[in-house]
Design a protein. Structure first.
Length: 466
């Protein structure tokens, strides 16, 4: 493809250069879209379901043979510790399997006729069709697994896809797309473009795009949605503040490691990381002491080490931002229970704050860093009201041994998913996953994404024999 400039990709941990690669020009990006659109319009080049299944099955085999290489690529560019990056690669492999399985599960239904005189002698049924060209804009924090969710789903649905990876983490995407082609997928079915934001916006807003899959900041996502061409559908996945309600009879032994994992996994750079924990004021000391002890045990450092629990933030400026938010919270009255300091230009201590002001940035925005906030309450409904008070709602959690309390919280918490006795960052790739309100629209999860990338068609047959 034609290029307009180059991109230097740095390791998040030590800011050393991984590789410098060419960036695609706006003309090259639009040429990719044109190629995908011409493919979609050409009925003779469609792939039958069994052909798509065979290709994805070969992809699984190739990925299984390259687990270590895929793990180190994701780790190198994304900074997620080795243990977690290896889990991501296995999830990505499972995601391709899920997409292959879902192809044969996409179907329609019979619509009953003859219920009125005007509908006699008719047979009606629906089926699913590919929606068109899919454009996917991906994020840095799961550089392989998110790309899987945004490419093989389109292919499974019968849609050509053009994917733009995050410029901080392009290599997992480029390697995966090359692997798709190696498995026998014709190149036009999945094309990766590495481009600047202007070229990406031109791509997304083109009327030839049938569906936009966007994972990233809410400001960018909602802006792009406002500029979509008429008829272009979309799924937007943004972030939240992932509130957790701790009931008075919660099982602390089971809960504590889950809160630590949910809060500090990938240095908190997950859209459903535990950020707000609401605890009864009489239990605050017990919970805070135990959480602080576990947080202080976490090893922060080089993600390549299998001993590392918490790696770097994606960019040094994110460390600056997290540090400023923590300092602001402390200056406005929050108690710093642990952490609160940068360890380097790229790493920040796992931090726990107690009762930040409701107006502090740490209380009103997604921190996307290794910071967890405790808030005390006297009545559980008060905690739920505060948990619901922002306009971002994604996943939430309740820890309790009381079924009635669990059901009450599930009913009252404004969230797409509520975990009972598990952390907010839990996800299985076949379950529905997505934000509501300002946190996004549409639904992710392999089979749900495939469904959204298709559209329904009705066929009605009229015959006197019916």
């Amino acid at each position: 493809m034609n290029t307009s400039s180059t991109l230097k990709v740095l390791r998040p941990y030590d800011q050393t250069l991984i590789r410098e690669i060419p960036m695609d020009s706006a003309e090259a990006v639009m040429a990719a879209l044109d190629k995908a659109h011409r493919l979609f319009q050409d009925q003779s080049r469609k792939l039958a379901p069994f052909q798509r299944i065979e290709i994805l099955e070969r992809v699984v085999t190739l990925m299984q043979d390259r687990i270590e290489a895929l793990t180190h690529t994701a780790l190198d560019e994304g900074g997620k510790p080795y243990r977690d990056s290896s889990v991501e690669v296995q999830r990505a492999i499972d995601g391709v399997k899920l997409a292959a399985e879902a192809i044969s599960q996409q179907g329609g239904e019979q619509i009953p006729m003859g219920r009125t005189a005007a509908t006699q002698n008719r047979l009606a049924f629906t089926f699913r069709e590919p929606i068109g060209v899919v454009v996917s804009i991906s994020a840095f924090n799961h550089p392989l697994n998110l790309v899987v969710h945004q490419t093989v789903t389109a292919f499974a649905a019968g849609c050509p896809v053009v994917i733009k990876p995050a410029t901080t983490t392009p290599f997992s995407c480029l390697d995966f797309v090359a692997l798709l082609h190696e498995a026998g997928m014709p190149e036009e079915w999945c094309q990766a473009v590495v481009c600047d934001n202007d070229a990406a916006e031109q791509l997304v807003t083109d009327p030839r795009v049938g569906f936009l899959s966007f994972i990233g900041s809410s400001n960018v996502g909602w802006h792009l949605r406002s500029k979509l061409a008429p008829g272009t559908r979309c799924a937007l996945e943004h972030g939240g503040v992932a509130p957790v309600i701790v009931d008075r009879n919660a099982d602390y032994e089971a809960m504590l490691p889950l809160l630590i994992k949910g809060g500090f996994y990938h240095a908190g750079q997950v859209c459903v990381s535990v950020q707000k924990i609401f605890v009864h004021e009489d239990d605050r000391e017990q919970l805070s002491e135990k959480l602080v002890a576990l947080a202080n045990e976490l090893k922060v450092g080089d993600p390549a080490s299998d001993q590392t629990d918490v790696g770097p933030l994606i960019l040094p400026r994110e460390v600056d931002r997290v540090e400023s938010w923590v300092n602001e919270a402390v200056e406005s009255g929050a108690q710093l229970l642990c952490g609160g300091k940068r360890l380097s230009d790229t790493c920040f201590q796992p931090t726990i704050l107690l009762n930040p002001a409701d107006t502090a940035k740490i209380s009103t925005q997604e921190v996307f860093g290794p910071v967890v906030c405790l808030y005390t309450y006297t009545e559980r409904d008060q905690a739920i009201e505060k948990a619901n008070s922002l306009d971002v709602h994604f996943q939430a959690a309740i820890f309790t041994r009381d079924l009635d309390v669990a059901m009450d919280a599930v009913t009252k918490l404004n969230a797409t998913a509520v975990m009972v006795n598990d952390h907010t960052a839990f996800r299985a790739d076949w379950m529905p996953f997505g934000g509501r309100d300002s946190s996004g629209m549409g639904m992710g999860g392999i089979p749900y994404s495939i469904h959204e990338m298709t559209r329904e068609k009705l066929m009605v047959i009229k015959s006197p024999a019916l």
